[in-house]
Design a protein around this ligand. Structure first.
Ligand code: ACO
Length: 461
């Protein structure tokens, strides 16, 4: 009860308290039995032939089950960067990288982007089905009423350096939630903590930015939507109330939907790996935020805008930058290009490019983002005709155009990856829950091929 009290800062007899005591969400058990097949793969080694079972996914993807490979043959597999390793079975997100397909729970991303809200998609990812109207209203209400942070967070943010990047601040703050909600994890407390996470993440994100600019945090408001509330917490200050442009809230909602899940990428695999030790939910989400920060992952959206701005402030030549990106002796990379999985196009980038045009039409050609969008389009046009990018199957990824939209919404560059983290949270939660409910769940523990010194004696000096 004490945690609930601290959670909302509401008096114990407040009618709003009823919201937190609702019964736990029925989070569906999402890992289905893996379809079996009579087929096997044959491996010849040491004069013997071994039959390795195959498993097959619901979209026909086949995998060799090497679980018994070591005990049968003494061999392990070697796959740096896990480029061809299935680490789990999952029923959440399907990607066909060759065809440029992305689906959440079977629904095409294009249709969700057109018809759904972020909270609807969050529910879908976590529960497996789109919510009925009453379910969505209940979920939105729960999320709305858990947005406040404990007042001790004021001192928490205050203890960090003035110019702290908001991404590690968010990782630290989300990890710190574990110190406020210490109940043992069971269905009920996990339900509450999932709601708290999704509700408090925008408040944490906005507070981390307010700390960075030296302004007091803005308290959330329960009458605003998820995205409108976030924008207000970002842009209001004690002297001036923020005037919300509904177009901005809608654009943000779309971006969060596109970020919401992307199967076993670096940050999600990190969440699963940390979670496999049965670490606490908040600790796992904090690890996901840290992994997302890297410039080769979510941090690329900040790098893309910095690249576009550097081109705009320099000679403005997209051609010259593409030449640099191809030069192995130059450290420049075409940020926002290339993807481990997508080898034709990233469907999220296609949606965002279209949306960029729409939003910039509304904002007007004199907005600084319009110039950056022009440069981005030029870079894409050149790269998609260039043999280097074509032969390596490098296409714009989600980060290539998302930064231009964030910029158009007035989101500061160092907050771009934080925005990605807000969007990815439901995906991480869904993957974490799925992992815990998987009957084959085991602690993550890869092997290695040791290449260091063989045994040698210590020679006393
Ligand atoms: N610019 C120039 N060359 C590139 C780029 C790029 N953006 N991306 C890949 N290449 C080249 C590599 O140098 C390599 O060339 P080589 O075969 O001559 O050695 C080849 O393409 C294959 O690239 P890898 O780095 O091996 O591909 P990998 O699958 O390991 O990496 C990654 C994928 C990290 C996304 C990479 O394409 C990249 O660094 N892109 C830029 C950063 C970026 O946009 N990250 C966001 C990804 S989306 C996300 O995480 C949300």
């Amino acid at each position: 009860m004490e945690c609930l009290e601290r959670d909302q800062g509401l008096p114990l007899n407040s009618p709003d308290r009823a919201v937190v005591s609702s019964s736990p969400l029925q989070i569906m058990s999402t890992v289905r039995t893996v379809p079996t097949t009579q087929e096997t793969a044959e491996l010849s080694y040491g004069g013997k032939t071994f039959q390795l079972p195959l498993i097959v996914g619901s979209e026909g993807e086949k995998a060799v089950d090497i679980g018994k490979l070591r005990s049968q043959t003494g061999l392990i597999t070697f796959d740096p960067g896990f480029g061809n390793t299935g680490a789990c079975k999952s029923a959440i997100t399907f990607i066909d990288g060759e065809a440029g397909i992305l689906r959440y729970r079977g629904y095409p991303i294009e249709e969700l982007a057109q018809h759904s809200s972020f909270l609807e998609v969050a529910w879908l990812l976590i529960h497996g089905e789109l919510p009925a109207k009453a379910q969505l209203e209940g979920f939105a209400k729960e999320v709305t009423y858990h947005t406040m942070l404990h007042e001790n967070f004021v001192r928490f943010f205050g203890a960090l350096p003035k110019d702290a990047h908001p991404m590690p601040v968010c990782a630290a703050a989300v990890g710190a939630l574990a110190t406020f909600y210490q109940e043992a994890e069971n269905e009920e407390t996990i339900h509450k903590n999932v709601i708290r996470l999704i509700a408090k993440m925008p408040t944490i994100a906005a507070s981390s930015y307010k700390h960075f600019v030296g302004q007091p945090s803005v308290y959330p408001r329960n009458d605003l939507s998820y995205c409108a509330n976030f924008l207000r917490m970002m842009f209001s200050n004690p002297c001036e109330e923020f005037q919300l442009d509904p177009l901005h809230a809608k654009a943000l909602d779309l971006l969060l939907i596109l970020h919401a899940d992307h199967e076993q990428n670096c940050s999600t695999s990190t969440v699963r790996m940390v979670g496999s030790s049965q670490a606490n939910l908040f600790a796992c989400m904090s690890s996901g935020i840290s992994a997302l920060w890297g410039p080769l992952h979510g941090g690329a959206n900040q790098m893309v805008i910095e690249m576009l701005e550097a081109i705009a402030q320099g000679d403005g030549s997209a051609e010259r930058f593409v030449q640099r990106a191809k030069d192995k002796n130059d450290t420049a990379r075409l940020m926002g290009f290339g993807h481990r999985v997508y080898k034709s196009h990233d469907p999220r980038a296609v949606i965002l490019k279209r949306y960029c045009s729409e939003i910039l039409d509304r904002i007007g050609p004199s907005h600084p983002s319009a110039r950056l969008f022009d440069i981005a389009r030029k870079l894409e046009e050149i790269a998609l005709k260039d043999e280097y990018f074509v032969s390596r199957k490098l296409y714009p990824n989600v980060d290539f155009y998302s930064g231009v939209i964030y910029k158009a919404l007035g989101i500061p560059t160092n907050m771009f990856t934080v925005m990605f983290a807000i969007g990815r949270l439901p995906g991480w939660v869904a993957q974490w829950l799925e992992m815990r409910r998987d009957p084959d769940f085991r602690i993550g523990r890869p092997r290695q091929v040791y290449v260091g010194a063989t045994m040698r004696p210590v020679t006393p000096q």
